[in-house]
Every structure is written in C-alpha cells, then in structure tokens.
Design a protein around this ligand. Sequence first.
Ligand code: BG6
Length: 486
Amino acid sequence: MESFDYIVFGGTGDLALRKLYPAFYHRLREGEFPHDARVLAISRKPLAREEFLARVEAGLKRAAQDGFEAGSFRAFAERLFHVTLDAGVPGASWDALEEMLRGRGDGIRVFYLATAPRLFQIIAENISAQGLAAPRARIVLEKPIGSSLASARAINDGVGAIFDESAIYRVDHYLGKETVQNLMALRFANSLFEPLWSAHAVDHIQITVSETVGVEGRGAYYDDVGALRDMVQNHLLQLLCLTAMEPPVDFDADCVRDEKLKVLRALRPITGDAVRAKTVRGQYRRGAAEGAAARGYAEEDDVPGDSRTETFCAIKAEIGNWRWAGVPFYLRTGKRLPVRASEIVVTFKPVMHSIFQPGAGRLEANRLVIRLQPDEGIKLDLMTKEPGLGSMRIKPATLNLSFADRFKSRTPDAYERLLMDVVRGNQTLFMRRDEVEAAWRWVEPILEAWERGDEAPAGYASGSWGPSAAVALVERDGRSWSEELP
Ligand code: BG6
C-alpha cells in the first residue's frame, strides 16, 4: 500500500465517526497503513485534540466489530489530526491544511467529501483554488449525488471541471459489502447458474433491503430525501444491476460499469398512470415498541408533522432486454420494518410437467436466496424425496451455505475496502458518472408523479412490513413476497 493523506471534510460528522474512522482503524490493525499515512479530519468549528480523539474513540467503541483495543487506538490516534477550516470559503482558513500537506512529495492525496452534496462543487473549487489538487489527488463523493438528474449533473459538471473522471470516486457503500461482491463471484465463478440466469428459467426476482431503525436523528436530512432517493436510486438499483447485468469481459472497472449501465438504460420507464400501478410508498406510524422506537415518522425530531416523505417504497421494475423480458424485479425497502435484512431472492419457473401422483406433494419452485446481511449466506431451495418406503412423497429442502460458519473470519465493513480501493486507484466498486445519471433518469418520473399527486404515502405501523398495497403489488401478479423474512 502506498502512503497517503486522507483529508476528510465533514470530519466530525456522523458518517466519519460511525464508519470512516472505524474503517481506518481496522485497516491499520491489519497492517495496511504505511508508516507515514495520515488522516486529517476537517471541520468548521475549532475542537481541542483531546475532545476530537474522545469522539473518535467513542465512535470506534460503538462500531468495532471484534472489540476495541487500546494499543491499536493509540497507534491510530498518532496518524489522526483535526484541522479547523471553513471549506466553503477560500482564503486564510485553509493555511493550516496547506501547511500540513506541504512537503509531502507526490504521495497520494484523497479528499473525502462526507458533507451535504450542495457543498461538493464549492469544496472542489476551493481545493483547486488553494493549489491542493495535486497531480495524484483523488476526490471521493458520498451518496446522494444530488437530489435529481439536474442537480446530479450540476455536481458532476462542477467537480468534473476540476478533477478528471478517473480521479472521482462516487461511493455507494453497498458495493463495498463483502456479500455484494460475492454476488459477482456466485454468478461469474460458477458455471451452474449462468444457463439458468434469464427469462427462460427465472420467474421473478425480489430485492429487499429492510431496516428496523427509524431516521435515527437524521430527520432534517431524511425529510428532504425519502426512501426512493436514499435507498432505491443507489443501493437497490446497484443490487439490481449486479444481479441482472451481462457477464463483463473482465473484472476491470469500466467493463463492470459498462454492463451495469446497460441494465440501467434498459429499465422500463415508470411514468404517468404506471406509477400508481407499479409503485407503493408508505410512512411509518406509531408502533407497539417502547420509547423513542414507538414514534411515528411525523413525530421524529426535525420532521414536520404533516410530512409527506416516504419511509417505505416498493416497486415493480422491468428490464426491457432479451435476457429479462417479462421477468419482474420487485424492489422493497423501508425503515421500521420487522427485521434488519437484505436479500435477493431468485425464484425459478416451476417444472413444466409433474410425473408424480397428485398426492405426492406440491412441487414448489426452486429458489436461490442470497442473504446480504446479516447472517450472510446463500440458500437454495430444492424439492427432494421424503425418506421412507411408502409411496413417493416430495418435500422441499434447503441447501444452506453460511459464510460465518464456512469462513470463520471477520467480515470487514464495506468502508474498509472502499477507502483502500481509492488509495489503490481501483474504481470497480465506485459509480461512474453515467451510471448515477441513468439511475436518476429512471427514478425521477416516479418522484415527480408522487410529488404532483395529492395522495400522501400510506401509513404503516412501525414494525410491520409496510402498507398493504405493497403486498397487493406482488399478489396481483399471483406471487408473494419471500416468506424467508418473517
Ligand atoms: C445509507 C442510508 O446510505 O444506508 C441510510 O442513507 C441507511 O438511511 C443505510 O440506513 C443502510 O446501510 P446499511 O449498510 O446499514 O444497510
């Protein structure tokens, strides 16, 4: 690993404390930090070093997966610096950062913008105006990239005027998850699935990302965004792309991203009346839980009482290409649902003709369940003969591969891989400009129709599976949501 300086804007914010510093800490523990690599945390308000380190330590203790270790934290703290600077304004407040970066030679310099997207362009401009956009500098943009196609384009143009596309890393942290990468291994390192991976053999696919948490003190951010922008435009569409894309020529960043882009372009637009028929949105109401978890969305801090922001959505998506014509992809995500679980379920077509007696048992369709989190693993539902000497009886049974049992190693957090991939210069797990824009292009008519209509999102009780219309969306097609999830 080459040496680097990571400069984190939003350096005392939620993402940095919850995800970025714990990820750096783990990489340092595992020996991936060169001896002079540094992390410089930028924030506008001055902060004493002890106070800063205390916040980082508290975040680490909450996040450390296999325990917090004081010695490693001390080693990490020696590489970690807080710098006060107003990133939105060029001028003297940048002096301290310039001073710290002076004399670092041609090492890798990464500017990580863990800030609101409206600041992306201005920070990029100020980095350049201060002469810090060195030849080997890279810039990392956290999702959401804008809030619409036009705003995403403006950000991409603005940042692109300063940094070359090859130096811009757009994070969708789902791509850094081990199991999401495993999806590519499953599809392209096995010959078993590819002949079946199309409309010939697949009946439909479900992608569910369900969360038990509410908005977790992020009401002000979330109320402007909602589930479609927060989760579908990026995470769920990326999962859909990896599930549906053609085999890339190789694992090179652009080969993979070219194939994902083709899927996004092939998504059938959902516009006009189809929005009502193919999408469902909901907002959580009071549930049975105790304390703050019982609150309805509109009672959360910083959320207006008459908010129409969706905290749940379900969509029937269709991909108009030869491989997937006629195969629905049902997408579903929401907050305050009964379980935390992300799953891709591929349901295959039923056998064309049963040779067994009617009394032998019902033949159920084969299903491949890819569990992304938690309890990462892969299950395959098959039909088998029930053991015994009587007449032939057929029963479903499941082949179960649990990654925790099989590999026994710690699953690194998505950010650990992504942070280091930026240093390595590997763009495979980052979104290219055209992908982000294609995703907005598909999502935008849905958003517009929701905003134009006078219907509010349907209420659902906290702790339930969303509004009943989401069940109807799938049942209308004679199907049902995976019962794998309780
Ligand atoms: C983020 C969203 O991108 O992903 C959050 O902004 C959401 O609202 C989070 O909670 C989910 O990520 P994970 O890794 O916990 O599934």
